[in-house]
Design a binder for this molecule. Structure first.
Ligand code: FES
Ligand SMILES: [Fe+2]
Length: 383
């Protein structure tokens, strides 16, 4: 199927707009075209609130971690007032990285280039080359670290890299996710134990779609998940998800599920009886199970390359257990295997897409149909 000249013409997508039973999947250029990708950045990624990390990763004043999001360097640090702030990790003198370590603890932030120094609240304190300046004159320069709009909800740190004036507030963005998933699952108790980042040769949407359908689990995850029936919880705001009810953890291989860690204390409602697999749109996949929380964050680098940030976390009370090192190995084995299987299938799918004709959505893919229509809403409504 040839790519048309105007890929933003809405009539090209009427087949995806039909009810799921008659709908066709998105055309291939949506997964390969750089102009489409740029439109997604403008309409979905820049106006969105993005997950940056866990508040438990910076428990004390001076604790920090760094990350890149939408290719911008960021620095997350807890101040002496115990507030978590997010700054652009760029020195206000001439733009060098202020902090290059992935994580640590500091009493101040010193840029290595010319040693401009900032407090952990981001205030410029010392500026070689401007020794004669009084404290007030330094403040008058307006060269404190640039703050990025951020917020902590249920232990999850979110940041916003677009124009806040034209974007929803964090709470409006998350809708009922906090009250119906995050709080009942006690996400604030979770402590990250493993995190990694890498780039896949696939479009970010393929990885979000695979997270939202159960048809592939009995094929791609035959030995790691098996069948996993799900229901769809009501979602308001910018998230969608599925729920799998089971007394046993989904984070171990099928034969080992009885021998997992105890449930997190304080789970309520459906959170006590199963796991939520949620996408905080556009690309943050967060699984909240009774004993563990993990995420696979998909951040596009380009139309055909996706930066993937993977993290595993447990409640502090689990990490303190004597058997944590031994039992957690079984979790990592199962979680790593499933991530590798999904990494593989999305890269494999990408190879076959160019020039392909649209397919269809089977019943197990109804959330994918909903997701693809949400993407069309964002990209085409901005026309
Ligand atoms: S660029 Fe940071 S001190 Fe000069
Ligand atoms: Fe999968």
């Amino acid at each position: 199927m040839r790519k048309p000249d105007d890929i933003f013409e809405p009539s090209l997508y009427t087949a995806t707009r039909r009810p799921r039973e008659q709908a066709e999947t998105l055309p291939h250029w949506v997964y390969t075209d750089e102009a489409w990708f740029e439109r997604e950045m403008d309409t979905m990624f820049r106006p969105a609130w993005h997950f940056a990390g866990l508040a438990t990763s910076v428990p004390n004043p001076g604790d920090f971690f760094t990350l890149r999001l939408l290719d911008e360097p960021l620095l997350v640090v807890r101040g002496d007032d115990r507030q978590v702030r997010v700054f652009r990790n760029s020195c206000r003198h001439r733009g060098a990285l202020v902090q290059e370590q992935a994580a640590g603890t500091c009493r101040g932030l010193r840029c290595p280039y010319h040693s401009w120094t900032y407090s952990i609240e981001g205030v410029l304190k010392h500026a070689p080359g401007l020794e004669g300046y009084s404290r007030d004159e330094l403040a008058g320069l307006g060269k404190d670290l640039l703050k990025v709009p951020s917020g902590v909800r249920e232990g999850l740190i979110f940041v916003h890299l677009g124009d806040p004036a034209t974007s929803p507030t964090l709470d409006a963005y998350l809708g009922n996710y906090l009250s119906s998933v995050a709080a009942p699952h006690q996400t604030a108790q979770m402590v990250a134990v493993q995190q990694r980042e890498y780039v896949l040769e696939s479009n970010w949407k393929l990885y979000v779609e695979v997270d939202m359908e159960t048809l592939h689990t009995k094929h791609i995850h035959r030995g790691s998940i098996g069948e996993q029936p799900v229901t769809v919880p009501a979602s308001e705001g910018n998230w969608i998800g599925v729920y799998h009810e089971s007394p046993d953890t989904p984070a171990l291989h099928p034969g080992e599920r009885q021998s997992g860690f105890p449930h997190t204390q304080g789970l309520t409602g459906p959170a006590a009886k199963g796991a939520h697999f949620s996408i905080l749109l556009p690309g943050f996949f967060l699984v909240t199970a009774q004993d563990v929380m993990w995420w696979i964050h998909k951040i596009p680098d380009s139309a055909t390359h996706t930066r993937v940030r993977v993290g595993y976390s447990f409640p502090a009370s689990t990490i303190e257990r004597d058997d944590f090192d031994e039992v957690s190995k079984r979790y990592y084995k199962r979680l790593n295997q499933v991530v590798e299987e999904d990494d593989w299938i999305t890269e494999y799918q990408q190879k076959g897409l160019r020039g392909s004709a649209p397919g269809c959505y089977v019943p197990e893919e109804h959330v994918v149909h909903r997701l693809d229509n949400w993407i069309l809403d964002q990209v085409l409504d901005a026309r």
